[in-house]
Design a protein around this ligand. Structure first.
Ligand code: ADP
Length: 319
């Protein structure tokens, strides 16, 4: 192992920069050469590789986004595209590739490894939708952003005695809605993993009104969708003024939280250690507060478990 490359791919997440920094610095610390790849798999196919040194990652630990940029790449979904990528890495003398991204990027890395490329994946996604790890890079920061928004919406919802429907990211995974819901004291949490009856929700909102509730916050995961429609329905049924807020891409931005920076640093360092130990086709995660790693095929095949207990607690505490 002499030379490694690193890229960020798919949806960006706060903490990706800290992860890139950790990979680069840990590699240099161990006498490896490092190349950065711009724009994910797209840049890999078009040969956008450049040599990185210590100063390439100076002053980025606290910055959101990714200095390597990120992209979605259709060509990489084809065997031909991946062969091109593998040949580029060979031409640059790269022995292994560290991919920072979500499940799509991991699937790409898995298929690339079948072509003989040594790969390690780091989970970079605000959705927290990877089953093998308790937390992904960016989830905690996004959560803090959402809770900050909830607190602001609560102020104005209370003033106007309104119902607020707040839609957050998470296509197949309701973790952002669940954790933000519990941290923001939401009255209801609507996620793709749980059955939801909107008439039951309206009934609960009206009951809350009789006990003196000044506002109602409903967390809605993107995967369930239809914030505007739900708000309209609640208003029609309850007669209470209801507003929908779709938080959108602000959830992806901003400086990473301390938790995410520490997590990124630990995971980035572990990725390099794994390669030095001769391990490959693995993804790094955190389980029970311990950094761990898992075979990439097995990690992708795992089914994500929703935290039912936390959902029950959130429901019990909301009224
Ligand atoms: P994320 O990594 O955040 O889940 P995407 O699902 O958009 O984001 O995946 C990022 C990129 O990974 C895609 O643009 C594509 O290049 C590659 N990728 C995703 N799924 C596959 C697949 N099934 N086969 C090959 N490459 C894939």
């Amino acid at each position: 192992m002499k030379k490694i490359a690193v890229l960020t791919s798919g949806g960006d997440a706060p903490g990706m920069n800290a992860a890139v920094r950790a990979v680069v610095r840990m590699a240099l610390h161990n006498g490896l050469e490092v190349m950065g790849v711009k724009r994910g798999y797209a840049g890999l196919i078009s040969g956008e590789l450049f040599k990185m040194d210590r100063s390439s990652v100076s002053d980025i630990i606290h910055r959101g986004g990714t200095i390597l940029r990120t992209a979605r790449c259709e060509e990489f979904r084809t065997e031909e595209g991946r062969k091109k990528a593998a040949n580029i890495l060979k031409a640059y003398g790269v022995d292994a590739l560290v991919v920072i991204g979500g499940d799509g990027s991991f699937t790409g890395a898995k298929l690339l490894s079948k072509l003989g490329v040594k790969t390690i994946g780091l989970p970079g996604t605000i959705d927290n939708d990877l089953a093998y790890t308790d937390y992904t890079i960016g989830f905690d920061t996004a959560l803090n952003t959402v809770v900050d928004a909830i607190n602001k919406l609560r102020d104005t919802s209370t003033s106007h005695e309104r119902v607020s429907v707040i839609e957050v990211m998470g296509r197949h995974c309701g973790d952002l809605a669940l954790y933000a819901g519990i941290a923001g004291g939401a009255e209801a949490i609507v996620v793709p993993e749980k059955e939801f009856d909107r008439d039951e929700l309206c009934k609960t909102i009206l009951e809350g009104k009789t006990t003196g509730k000044m506002h109602n916050l409903v967390m809605l995961a993107e995967g369930v969708g239809g914030a505007e429609e739900l708000a309209k329905y609640i208003e029609e049924v309850t007669g209470l003024e209801t507003r929908a807020t779709i938080l959108g891409h602000i959830q992806r931005g901003g400086s990473p939280s301390v938790f995410d920076v520490v997590l990124s640093s630990k995971m980035g360092a572990r990725a390099v250690e794994l390669l030095l130990e001769g391990k490959t086709s693995r993804v790094v995660g955190i389980k029970d507060n311990q950094i761990m790693d898992e075979d990439i095929d097995e990690a992708l095949a795992m089914e994500r478990k929703f935290d039912d207990k936390l959902y029950e607690i959130a429901t019990a505490l909301s009224y």
